[in-house]
Design a protein around this ligand. Sequence first.
Ligand SMILES: C[S@@+](CC[C@H](N)C(=O)[O-])C[C@H]1O[C@@H](n2cnc3c(N)ncnc32)[C@H](O)[C@@H]1O
Length: 308
Amino acid sequence: MRVIVPPIKCQGIKTKLVNWIKENAVLYDDGLWIEPFVGSGVVGFNVRPKKAIFSDTNPHIINFYNNIKEKKISASTVRSFLESEGEKLKTEGEKHYYNVRERFNDKFSSLDFLFLNRSCFNGVIRFNKKGKFNVPFCRKEERFSKAYITKIVNQVANLESFLANYDWKFIYRDYVSTIKLAGENDFIYCDPPYIDRHVDYYNSWSHENERKLFELLLSTKAKFILSTWHSNKYRENNYINEFWSHFYILIKSHFYHVGGSEENRNSMNEALVMNYKPLYQEEILTETPEQLVLFEPKSTYRNVINTI
Ligand SMILES: C[S@@+](CC[C@H](N)C(=O)[O-])C[C@H]1O[C@@H](n2cnc3c(N)ncnc32)[C@H](O)[C@@H]1O
């Protein structure tokens, strides 16, 4: 299925894994979709549940989506804002990018956040220890071309129509209290920051955070999927063995080329951890080139609970 891309980009965005996650999620008609680490929102926006709670501890992401929901920002205000700021970027160059960055770090406006997110280096969201956005300019003065603005405006328009049709809440809060909201008929999708990677003010993640997440997911009555990485050519994710192997794990390995040569193929194994048997049938578990592997839980939940 064609993936709807959101207007905000962030590190660890799951655009390429959305269909795989969606195929494996189990959503009941009266259930809530709960996404405690919403980031760009690409997963939930594509699942399109009737009712959802999207939360994150990055207030700028939550404000941005709430501003669309409350009609403080619309596709047309985004168009005129990006046209006029894009024009200034074209004539003043990076000086204008840094002016907008300074303005954002003073007033935290959602439109400035969008401008920076779509013209910063690598489209990442990174804040320093004082909570100030600190990503440099992508060095393309003509960044906001007509076509690029139209693409972003359409992404905002898609969201406007979802928000008019679905009961979605965007909440600024920590994953612990969000996961505790889940009842038996709800579905939780978790995509926490990876430890040691992309660490910034809103993305620090510790062993203690991972352990707490494991305990919460172990005791929830809701079904869940957790995205994580399993292994790559160089190392394995130790948390798989320590925590996540107590659940079902579906692994998708994909190959990427280093320097374009056939011999230099590296594989990256993405994992979906879930507390129910995934819906896959045996024959698609050996697909190539994206191989799928399923691991059964290492022990019963009862054993796990006894060891905590
Ligand atoms: C890997 S990103 C999620 C990416 C998202 N699934 C997507 O496809 O765009 C992790 C998100 O977790 C948020 N986050 C970090 N620590 C958190 C916490 N303690 N509670 C809730 N959210 C947190 C970050 O702000 C970030 O947006």
